[in-house]
Design a protein around this ligand. Structure first.
Ligand code: C2O
Ligand code: CU
Ligand code: CU
Length: 436
């Protein structure tokens, strides 16, 4: 019998409509009928219990991305909530404060389910963090960035609900980029405008797109540049802030950044742009600087205390992510094998540290459930400019090898790691692992 004391939330997964494009109603499948779903805030270490009811016509699975969650509640891809069913997930959240998110994770169908709207924020807060003096309350903005395509009647356009058919019918490139939209949404709205006072704001950037990578920058940049001060990564705060002019963010990654709008004159319109984009996918959103206001926030030089030492690595593994032909069908594989939920690709010992050398043929944002990791290096060099801090997803580029150090803490059981390009994931680029 599991302990059910803690904070309780109830979520109904249902069909609804949303105004993603101005004046247009678009059908979605969403948590509480809202896209993004309700933002859940849990103090670190507070057990949080989320009951889901599935009122959708298809099975669903809920995964808390970035959570150190017991396997039974992690949302294994075959652990389904049937249509009309209910399911209660218990999250211990004994981990540092971070920007987590929850989303659907059904085997073979995660891409279309997330595309239709099954994604939301789950923030872990920390009273110790409050003492840092970072911008808070209405100056702390979760920003979920997604791209979508729309049909002429305003409905969402996904190439096919069957990833196999999609692959055969919809391939535009030899290796399939995954599904890309031509409109960028922020928190479910196309190109929104946020009026902000000329003070520091914390932007919790999440790329919840199926497959699109962004390079985010401020336009115009503030005088002197360095407009995006990174304070956190996927799984929590950095040791010290890092100043960037732009941030590259792959699917599922989170960058916690401070923007000081006090560096602009009131009346300025500051666009957040995607310099990887084309005509319609370059603009992301706009901040209109309204007025000067007092700002008692700060960015301390020291953010997170040094991470506790991890045991020295005892195992080194090589994992190859690539396009492959399996039984005559094109697919995406890890070490030549497409996802088999019953056959774990590896077994790790609870409490140990491993080195994973991950290589890729194409762009693959690789995500591990359960465990946070650190990026040790790429190719023959050190970590890249966006690899700092505690991570759960690493953006591998074409023909690249990266080395990560992962410690299996917290929970035994069966989990998955996978490419977070959701079409790659649905096409097999996922593997189970056991922690014993
Ligand atoms: Cu965000 Cu297994 O995924
Ligand atoms: Cu995850
Ligand atoms: Cu991939």
């Amino acid at each position: 019998r599991r302990d059910r004391t803690g904070d309780h939330y109830q979520i109904v997964q249902r069909a609804a409509t949303a105004e993603m494009l101005p004046g247009v109603r678009t059908g979605i499948w969403a948590y509480e009928g809202r896209f993004p779903g309700p933002t859940i805030r849990s103090p670190r270490g507070r057990r949080t219990i989320v009951s889901h009811r599935n009122d959708l016509p298809v099975p669903t699975v809920v995964h808390l991305h970035g959570g150190h969650t017991p396997a039974v509640d992690d949302g294994f891809p075959t652990d389904l909530i049937p249509p009309g069913g209910r399911r209660t997930y218990t999250y211990p959240l004994r981990q540092p404060a971070a920007t987590l998110w929850y989303h659907d994770h059904r085997m073979d169908f995660t891409g279309p389910a997330v595309w239709r709207g099954l994604a939301g924020f789950h923030l872990i807060t920390d009273p110790d963090e409050d003492r840092l003096g970072l911008p808070a309350a209405d100056r702390d903005l979760p920003i979920m960035i997604t791209d979508r395509s729309f049909d002429t009647d305003g409905s969402l356009l996904y190439p096919s609900l069957d990833p196999m058919l999609h692959h055969m019918a919809g391939v535009r490139e030899p290796y399939g980029s995954g599904v890309l939209g031509d409109v960028v949404l922020v928190n479910g709205s196309a190109w929104p405008v946020a009026p902000v006072p000329a003070v520091r704001h914390r932007l919790r950037l999440l790329n919840a797109s199926n497959a699109r990578r962004y390079r985010l920058a401020l336009d115009p940049p503030p005088p002197g540049g360095g407009g995006l001060v990174q304070i956190g990564a996927d799984n929590g705060l950095l040791g010290a802030p890092i100043t960037h002019d732009a941030i590259e963010i792959a699917p599922a990654e989170r960058f916690d950044v401070i923007v000081d709008f006090g560096r602009y004159r009131p009346g300025t319109q500051v666009r957040l742009i995607n310099t990887f984009g084309d005509r319609t996918t370059t603009p992301v959103m706009r901040f209109d600087i309204t007025h000067t206001a007092p700002d008692d926030s700060r960015i301390p030089d020291a953010l997170a205390p040094a991470a506790p030492p991890t045991p020295p690595p005892t195992v080194t593994r090589d994992l190859r992510l690539r396009h492959d032909t399996v039984n005559g069908m094109p697919g995406w594989t890890i070490n030549g094998i497409p996802f088999d939920p019953r056959r774990p690709a590896l077994t790790a010992q609870l409490g140990t540290t491993e080195i994973w050398r991950i290589s890729s043929d194409f762009h693959h944002p690789v995500h591990l459930h359960l465990a946070s990791f650190r990026v040790l290096g790429r190719g023959l060099g050190g970590p890249g400019p966006y690899d700092s801090g505690p991570k759960d997803t690493i953006d591998l580029r074409p023909a690249e090898q990266a080395t990560i150090r992962v410690t299996f803490t917290d929970h035994p059981g069966r989990y998955v790691f996978h490419c977070h390009n959701l079409e790659h994931e649905d096409m097999g680029m996922m593997a189970a692992f056991d922690v014993t």
